[in-house]
Design a protein around this ligand. Structure first.
Ligand code: PGA
Length: 256
């Protein structure tokens, strides 16, 4: 799914909104999405909320996706959902490799990369999350960690598969912590990601989002960074007021 050079504001609603609450929020976001010239709002509700949100977003500018997906077409994969199942409800993207999947549910670099590669090969958009822990940053391992996480994916895909890829740089220590990364740290990490891409492919690096405690108070300077194509937003995506503020900031910054 092309984002056509617009800033992507992707709400990751995690396991936080019931189907009714997700639907109510989507109803407010639909008219806001229509007004935006330089930005797109994407939302990733829980699987159980997807049908209700799908009914609301159909035909609108609001883009719907999932928080996870499995690459197999079908089969004995208890608890998993396929690309085809998501498409049935108009989903256009899925988040893969979120640090909560990696850390809480034990998804390895290899599994996250396999999931993402199989999904990209089906022509489906993936937001692939990578990022270092506080300990890794302290030990100066950020570059190595980003490379290991991203390289696992890049060795499994073709350059053409990469046209459906969006990378999200999400330092683990910034997620849900209220501690946002400094602009310098974000800029460096995004440059590292672009350099890793260049080691493997000659095409331009896919869009890179930043995620981790993004709010209306810190977003203006982040969205203005050269290699930042938008944000993956957790806590601040859960209310209309906050999304409206983020959308205004994104519109003022102009296209990425
Ligand atoms: P946060 O979450 O904005 O609440 O830090 C971001 C994410 O987990 O994608």
């Amino acid at each position: 799914m092309a984002h056509k050079g617009k800033n992507v504001l992707c709400g990751n609603w995690k396991m936080k909104l019931s189907a009714a609450a997700a639907k109510a929020l989507a109803l407010e976001l639909v008219p806001l999405s229509r007004e935006l010239r330089h930005s797109q709002i994407w939302v990733a509700p829980s699987f159980t909320a997807i049908p209700d949100v799908a009914a609301v977003v159909r035909g609108s500018a609001l883009r719907l996706g999932a928080q996870n997906v499995y690459g197999a077409l079908e089969g004995a994969f208890t608890g998993e959902v396929s690309v085809g199942m998501l498409k049935e409800f108009g989903c256009e993207f899925a988040i893969v490799g979120h640090s909560e999947r990696r850390i809480i549910f034990g998804e390895t670099n290899e599994l996250a990369a396999e999931r993402a590669a199989a999904v990209l090969k089906q022509g489906f958009t993936v937001i692939f999350c990578i990022g270092e822990t506080a300990k890794e940053r302290k030990e100066n391992l950020t570059g190595e960690v980003l490379e290991a996480q991203l390289w696992a994916l890049l060795t499994k895909i073709s350059e053409a598969d990469g046209s459906h890829l969006i990378v999200a740089y999400e330092p683990v220590w910034a997620i849900g912590s209220g501690v946002v990364a400094k602009v310098q740290e974000i800029a460096e990490a995004h440059m590292t990601i672009a350099a890793i891409w260049k080691k493997r492919f000659s095409s331009a690096c896919p869009p890179i989002l930043y995620g981790g405690s993004v709010t209306a108070d810190n977003f203006a300077e982040i969205i203005r960074l050269d290699l930042v194509a938008g944000a993956l937003i957790g806590g601040a995506s859960l209310t209309f007021e906050s999304m409206q503020k983020l959308a205004r900031i994104s519109e003022e910054a102009g296209s990425c």
